[in-house]
Design a protein around this ligand. Sequence first.
Ligand code: TYD
Length: 136
Amino acid sequence: MKYSIEQCNLINVPEISDKRGSLVYYEFEKEFNFPILRNYIIYDVPSGHSRGHHAHKKLEQLIVCLYGSFDIEIFDGTDSREITLNTPKTALYVCPMIWRVMKNFSKDAVCSVLASQKFDENDYIRNKEDFLRTIS
Ligand code: TYD
């Protein structure tokens, strides 16, 4: 199966607000279709640093900016797209075999990643040449 950035959609959820504050939710089979086995959170990224620079063989992810902002560049080997995430009301779904780079983190940015599998270093492709070779 050839994966493409066309499959990496932005998911916008309604904000439920009242005088006590705001709430958003991402629910299985409503906003996403994979079981979540892991949540990891990225924060305190020093100015000018980027993260990611890898693809995953099987992992599916929902990437949400809980606070602040950052940009994410996704690349399927042919096409690329850069997206700014800056609200918990929007998540980016990232399918397998997408090279991603996360950058331009604001000082206060908090990024939450909901992932379909437990951590497995064997699922990573960390070398861009290997990624391009694998998808060709
Ligand atoms: P890494 O994948 O390099 O982070 P990023 O996607 O932001 O570039 O992960 C950094 C380190 O943390 C690396 O040694 C692997 C480890 N790690 C875990 O142990 N569990 C996890 O769920 C994740 C995402 C990373």
